[in-house]
Unconditional design. Structure first.
Lengths: 345, 345
């Protein structure tokens, strides 16, 4: 079995380990978010971690009600003109903790005496050493180049923070049930392997997602792209309709991420214009009516609260990426020309 | 002549009109940015205006030294859980001023008694009516569906704000010379029309840009995409190297936006890995060494200060989009299935 598939299957166990080990640390980190001088959150990240950042943007924005901004590393590393960070708590998300640009943002925040938090799989990494508080994601060593369990556990760390910031007993209980839900989701997605043969020779695909699952859309697109080499992109339905839909033509695969919840009707708004163009619809959903409208159906397990749906909704995308890559005869553990750790400024 | 080409050619005149008419308003708007309770800027936008927002993110971030965050409209419109906006000045950018999601963000900011600014081409639009301060972009009526002069003048409005926030005489003088530079750029790009025949049947393309021109990369990708129907995407070099490069294969067109300035070496870092994959390199630059390395050269006029280079660097991209669309026999003024004003929640 490839490392990728082994690590994909290991996700429930890794998540359970995170919840067991990191809850106390998350509680301590939560206190920093509640400081009265914190008016917004600034996140620095790259790659899959930027998709975790998108989850943080919606989750913290919705419930803790603070805006979450993304750092622009080039202001720190290339222009040498970092912004004043009064009012910010600064969070670095990096599985390796090694990317110099992410470290540079946290170092500057620290120099400006702002609170800093590192979410990383390596508690002895440069990122961890730079931050005031370290929340280790406890995923264990990840050998495949493409992230699966480190992505999932980074989402888990954000969800844990959310529950602790709100001191929310219900959220804690819902999160505690997620390793089990994830296990069921992985069994469902690997068991009912969707018929993807017709997409084997596709050039690319478009993923559409919104709200709490906006980052899920980007992560699925990245996973398909890294592994199978298909040119895959992600859009919110609103952004897609503002122009980019013009390039979607007959036969182009469009994958909707549409779990039940307030964002679903907005995602479904693209169905009619996408159909009018003759594109081929795929859907990830726990809603039968959504699946029925799709040409290719990627079902989700029922009963996952919307705020935690990114943890299960990414799985059918990971499995689709895996299957497409196998169909295309590529190496799951060595995507063309990628390395596990990418150092960018 | 198509409306698109007419409006593309009209850009220097439209920019000159903006500078003449809007300077006093920009000065008044600048005062709101200097309020002592303003710690960051929150921008709401869609489509081309989001690419203007990316310019604002770098320009205001670099010089005024405040972080610029992008709003997440679904928190306001779908989840009904807008964040607390203490410390924010909130800017809506929309050529039509009609998009309900952008208006919703400004309405919430106003309800929270935060300062609000609308940058729009329609001073009687819902967006303008919602904002405390209106900075009209003075582009005149735009008839082509794809934005050219409204994009350019929105950049101009941001540049004007920048000069006024800093009360910066040198910046004002440099900006005052831009209509002339823009005129020279349009003559250069339309005159030395690059040989694009070989890209006529391409499926897509990737644009790479960073720093102050990050938004230029997205705008060029959007323009090519809307008009020619090519699946075109934009990445920063750092983000591209963190995974998405895996999908770039032999013959795929990759366009570098690399004017002289601090971000150029970072953009050039992708040349070696892109070449190793057999992709076809195009370059927009005023630097001969950069152009020489490219298969297809899209030259920029010399002497434009880096902070204003987005105003000229977009032009070769607009012209390339126009030429590709002609080569593909499509209607420049009616991109497939798009409307001038898109209303999204």
């Amino acid at each position: 079995m490839s490392w990728l598939e082994a690590e994909l299957r290991e996700q429930p166990e890794a998540l359970a380990r995170l919840l067991e080990r990191a809850t106390a640390t998350a509680r301590a980190a939560a206190a920093a978010f509640r400081r009265p001088d914190v008016g917004y959150v600034l996140v620095a990240s790259r790659g899959s971690s930027s998709n975790v950042a998108r989850y943080a943007q919606y989750l913290l924005g919705r419930a803790h009600r603070v805006p979450v901004a993304f750092a622009t590393p080039s202001l720190y590393t290339i222009y040498g003109q970092p912004p004043r960070l009064d009012g910010a708590i600064v969070v670095g998300i990096s599985q390796s903790g090694a990317s110099p640009d992410v470290v540079a943002v946290l170092a500057e925040a620290r120099a400006q005496r702002r609170p800093t938090l590192a979410i990383t799989n390596d508690p002895s990494s440069p990122l961890a050493e730079t931050a005031d508080i370290v929340l280790p994601i406890e995923a264990g060593p990840e050998r495949a180049v493409a992230a699966t369990k480190t992505y999932l556990n980074s989402l888990g760390a954000v969800a844990l923070l959310f529950a602790e910031i709100g001191d929310d007993a219900r959220a804690r209980a819902e999160l505690a049930r997620m390793p089990e839900a994830l296990e069921a989701q992985i069994a469902l997605s690997l068991g009912e392997s969707p018929p993807l043969e017709e997409y084997r020779d596709a050039v690319g695909a478009t993923v559409v997602a919104r709200g709490i699952n906006y980052g899920t859309g980007f992560e699925i697109a990245l996973k398909i792209r890294e592994l199978s080499g298909l040119v895959t992109e992600a859009y919110s339905p609103a952004d897609l309709l503002h122009g980019p839909i013009a390039a979607i033509g007959s036969g182009w695969p469009v994958l909707l991420v549409a779990p039940s919840g307030p964002a679903r009707p907005s995602v479904e708004e693209v169905v009619a214009p996408i159909r009018a163009r003759g594109a081929r619809l795929l859907a990830i959903s726990d809603v039968k009516a959504v699946l029925r409208r799709a040409h290719t159906r990627l079902p989700l397990v029922a009963g996952v609260p919307e705020w935690l749906s990114p943890l299960t909704a990414v799985v059918p995308g990971q499995v689709a990426a895996l299957r497409l890559t196998e169909l295309r005869g590529l190496d799951l553990d060595r995507p063309r020309g990628l390395r596990k750790v990418t150092l960018t400024r």
